[in-house]
Design a protein around this ligand. Structure first.
Ligand SMILES: Cc1cc2nc3c(=O)[nH]c(=O)nc-3n(C[C@H](O)[C@H](O)[C@H](O)COP(=O)(O)O)c2cc1C
Length: 188
């Protein structure tokens, strides 16, 4: 098993990271961790897009910009740890998705225009914490699940969420304990 933890958390005090760490300690396998605020994915501006399209056209993935995609392609279990921000997740995670979705490297298009995975991903575990209540699962977890399913054929997923943490008087320890109990049910 090849586990990759994609960490879009801002600090060591992050409760989301705390839950991901709890899961990591339970995994029987070693996990690769990418901390997106330490190793920030590039922004696809005009220059980068041109450079990237040229490399894709030449089927030459030697540039360092493809390191995100190459690391992702090896993982069969993908764990995403992302706090709930502005109804979804931090922007750095969207940039990461743009960095890993590389046609010819992590996926290709079939003759009828549908994405076909060239990656190993089989399973997604999405972990989030929210200050209030998650308005719609579609915008955060649902988006990542959609990308994983559409591009990589991932159908096996778990969704761990701890909500209401910033509400005055919230039983923060109790909420996080419940989330850890949900994590205990995941076999990995
Ligand atoms: C930039 C920003 C945006 C946020 N947006 C929301 C939001 O839309 N809804 C919500 O319930 N909480 C929101 N929060 C609160 C966080 O979801 C909450 O504090 C979360 O537990 C932070 O995770 P962390 O401890 O892993 O950093 C936001 C926090 C920040 C810093």
């Amino acid at each position: 098993m090849n586990v990759l933890i994609i960490d879009a958390c801002t600090s060591d005090k992050s409760r989301t990271r705390g839950l991901a760490e709890y899961l990591r300690k339970r995994t029987k396998e070693n996990a690769d961790i990418i901390r997106l605020y330490d190793d920030k994915p590039y922004s696809l501006d005009e220059e980068m897009l041109k450079k990237r399209d040229m490399a894709i056209g030449e089927n030459d993935f030697s540039d360092n910009m493809f390191r995100f995609a190459k690391q992702f392609a090896k993982a069969d279990t993908v764990i995403v740890a992302a706090p709930y921000w502005d109804l979804s997740f931090p922007a750095v995670l969207k940039q990461y998705i743009e960095a890993i979705n590389v046609c010819g490297l992590t996926f290709k298009y079939s003759d009828n225009g549908m994405p076909v995975s060239l990656s190993n991903a089989k399973r997604l575990i999405y972990i989030t914490t929210a200050g209030g209540y998650i308005a719609s699962d579609e915008f955060g977890f649902g988006y990542i699940k959609g990308v994983m399913e559409m591009f990589y054929g991932v159908k096996d997923y778990d969704y761990i969420k701890a909500e209401g943490l910033d509400i005055i008087g919230a039983d923060v320890d109790g909420i996080l304990k419940n989330a850890r109990e949900e994590i205990d049910k995941i076999s990995i």
